[in-house]
Write a protein that binds this ligand. Structure first.
Ligand SMILES: Cc1cc2nc3c(=O)[nH]c(=O)nc-3n(C[C@H](O)[C@H](O)[C@H](O)COP(=O)(O)O)c2cc1C
Length: 204
């Protein structure tokens, strides 16, 4: 009887774990202050050739995402949004899966398993660059495409400047198949894919 109860408890535990998916807890962001803003601005550029075998480690991902769209004050973020609506969600495509960036918990929440990087754009490098970020705006929070696009632009520039300061390559992208991303990310009609951005170490 005891064994049966133990087995039932184990089964329940494992089914609950699998329902939660394989979330990735990120370490606290640590931005080294070793590159001046002037240098980062000087070095900011778009790059389209990436080292396809060197992934970003968890610390780099944490730093990158915090710089992009983390909380830097209570309830406020590193990028501005119109009326502080904070309508934008970042989806992070890695070789192992797709994740939603939960900035409050500093966690990547699993959305889908497997390598879906190729779905983030029409240019070949997106399939093998280590990280692609897809920007999604929720029109229930901010129903103004221009204002949302400006917010996305601010996040994109944060990513550019972080990458310039950390020796990473990046390019922001407007070319993607929004329909394919809608179904892959299980978006509802109120959620709009706005922008994508590729990040990785530059090709050797
Ligand atoms: C809204 C927007 C959309 C863009 N879309 C793409 C794109 O789909 N593919 C791409 O390779 N670059 C894209 N870019 C990057 C531009 O081509 C790039 O910023 C421009 O050539 C200037 O180069 P720089 O960023 O190195 O200064 C986009 C840039 C912006 C601001």
């Amino acid at each position: 009887m005891k064994t049966k109860i133990l087995l039932a408890v184990c089964a329940l535990f494992f089914s609950m774990t699998s329902m939660r998916g394989q979330n990735i807890s990120l370490p606290a962001p640590q931005l080294a202050d070793n590159v001046s803003l002037a240098t980062a601005l000087q070095q900011r550029c778009s790059q389209r050739s990436y080292d396809t075998v060197r992934p970003l480690d968890k610390q780099q991902l944490s730093n990158l995402l915090w710089a992009a769209w983390g909380y830097n004050r209570e309830n406020k973020r590193t990028a501005p949004t119109a009326l502080d609506k904070q309508d934008i969600t970042l989806y992070v495509f890695l070789s192992e899966g797709i994740y939603r960036y939960d900035a409050r918990e500093n966690t990547l929440v699993e959305v889908a398993r497997g390598d879906h990087r190729a779905a983030t754009g029409k240019q070949p490098f997106v399939a093998t660059a280590p990280v692609n970020i897809v920007f999604v705006s929720d029109t229930r929070l901010l129903d103004n495409a221009v204002m949302s696009a400006v917010g996305c632009g601010a996040i994109a520039q944060n990513i550019y400047l972080y990458c310039a300061s950390a020796g990473l390559a990046t390019v922001v992208r407007g070319s993607f198949d929004a329909e394919a991303l809608n179904s892959l990310l299980h978006l509802d009609p109120a959620q709009k894919v706005m922008l994508a951005q590729t990040i990785g170490y530059p090709a050797q």
